[in-house]
Design a protein. Structure first.
Length: 316
């Protein structure tokens, strides 16, 4: 079959080239000009700000901002101590076909260089690792990315969780893959990893130590628990390439004892030594000898008090 011939145009409309439709242009909103009466009400706005502020704390007029039709806000600098960079904002308005200007609101707003308090965060978002005390309790996080439903198996070593869950013995949530990777990075890059100060001075890794107890699950290839009471990492999770000086298979060279010469008695020299003076104490009297002596002294005193009998003069 041959090519189809071009059909000639049958009207002027068909012969005229078709022009693309003109895109619609959106009308730009016309800027609202400030109302003359509202812009001139500076004294009214200042009086309203001074009524709410402390005496002498309303500064110079900073300008006016059009909020809408017949709605305008006057700004005044704040001179109050502790409010540097703040401004008093007084909004004034005028009703249609009215000449009287009224005050809508008076507020103290922060400016670009204002001193502001930090953004408030809830306690569960503000707390950091290590801040939890013995009596503190964390809030429940339903969308914790580090946890997954208990019936979800993260790897082959965790397949038993699904079976236990079906029997009603499993946990509601278990560690997710993201949580496990985050814990592995935190442990490996911490002071119990290969870059810790102890590991840099160690002569053998923890993977060859008899006190290294591997953890279960997918982390057993890289981490374990130290069970050596002499190690500074005792009862802590350590990486397999961590190390310390308490390795079970390392030893130190013990220097041989050097023979000592025979002792030499030096009789030619003399060294003065100051000794404390000895104090002699009299022995305490015995109770057995004290009692007879007391009785004898009492008898002598009695004889001295009794008068001796004189001879009678009957024979004289």
């Amino acid at each position: 079959m041959g090519e189809n011939r071009r059909v000639p145009p049958t009207s002027l409309d068909d012969a005229a080239p078709t022009s693309a439709p003109r895109p619609r242009t959106t009308r730009t909103a016309r800027a609202v000009e400030p109302d003359a009466a509202l812009a001139a009400a500076v004294d009214l706005a200042r009086a309203a700000a001074e009524e709410d502020a402390e005496p002498g704390t309303v500064g110079e007029h900073l300008g006016a901002t059009v909020e809408g039709e017949r709605l305008l806000t006057h700004s005044f600098a704040s001179l109050a101590a502790g409010y540097r960079g703040w401004r008093w904002a007084v909004t004034v308005a005028r009703a249609p076909r009215a000449r009287h200007v009224t005050v809508c609101e008076v507020v103290l707003l922060p400016g670009a260089g204002a001193v502001l308090a930090p953004v408030w965060l809830p306690w569960q978002d503000r707390i950091a690792p290590g801040d939890l005390g013995p009596a503190d309790v964390l809030a429940y996080r339903a969308d914790d990315p580090y946890l997954a439903p208990g019936y979800t198996a993260t790897d082959e070593d965790d397949e038993d969780h699904q079976q236990l869950w079906e029997l009603g013995l499993g946990r509601v949530r278990v560690l997710s893959l993201e949580g496990r990777n985050a814990a592995a990075d935190r442990w490996y890059l911490g002071d119990r990893g290969p870059t810790g100060e102890e590991a840099l001075h160690a002569t053998a890794p923890c993977s060859t130590c008899g006190y290294f107890v591997q953890v279960s699950g997918g982390l057993r290839r890289a981490f374990g628990i130290c069970a050596n009471e002499w190690s500074p990492s005792d009862a802590r999770v350590v990486s397999a390439d961590h190390g310390c000086g308490a390795h079970s298979e390392t030893d130190v060279e013990t220097p041989a004892a050097e023979p000592l010469p025979e002792p030499i008695l030096d009789e030619t020299g003399m060294e003065a030594v100051a000794l404390p003076r000895e104090t002699t104490r009299e022995p305490a009297p015995d109770a057995a000898t004290t009692e007879p002596a007391a009785e004898a002294a009492e008898a002598d005193a009695t004889e001295q008090e009794t008068p001796e009998a004189q001879p009678s003069d009957a024979g004289a």
